[in-house]
Design a protein around this ligand. Sequence first.
Ligand code: GTB
Length: 219
Amino acid sequence: MPTITAFESSPDRGKGHARDMRVRWAFEEVGQPYDVRLVSFGAMKQPAHLALHPFGQIPTFEDGNLVLFESGAIVLHIAERHDGLLPKDTHARARAIAWMFAALSTMEPPIVELSMAMMLERDKSWYAERLPMLQDRVRTRLGELARRLGGAGWLDGTFSAGDLMMVTVLRRLNTSGLLDEYPDIAAYVARGEARPAFRRAFDAQLAVFTAASSSQAPH
Ligand code: GTB
């Protein structure tokens, strides 16, 4: 059974924003059981974990003697080895992979920049001035994505790994208020979150947070 790593105690308090969520979701979509090894922030920077992940992060993936890092590479590996996340048609498959890259390299950077600022920079003198600029960079991408998506259910026909990746990236905006400005995108994210495989993955990562917080609660 493949094993992935995830935060022992996720800073998002179980909201499913850490990048193990997309890997869990991919496993659930294809019906592949998996194990999870939880790692602390300290352990991530120790040699044993650095041997799996050169940047000392989660998630990692181990299956037999294959070790992978980078959530995109892990999801692609799962999608290539199981039915359900990539179309059989060669061109449709290539387009689904292009959407995975679009999610990771076009949409995710400005979204992460905004969410990091909202998490870590609120008390800084520059925050009020910087925030609208970061929001507008995200709006530009959301507007472009909304134009392509229109009222369609998924990005390119049937649900694929491209949608899985895009929905996990867009979810990071859930508390920003920006998704409300793009109803087709908000509906798209909600559609992804309503999939039974998403719910199972979400509940699994939430259970880690719930168990960690109850074990730390004063007795
Ligand atoms: N490009 C890599 C990938 O896609 O796998 C990025 C991996 C990554 O950023 N991992 C993060 C990590 O291990 C966890 S997901 N960080 C620890 C470190 O770098 O020392 C990023 C994340 C963290 C917290 C929240 N949150 O609190 O909402 C959301 C996302």
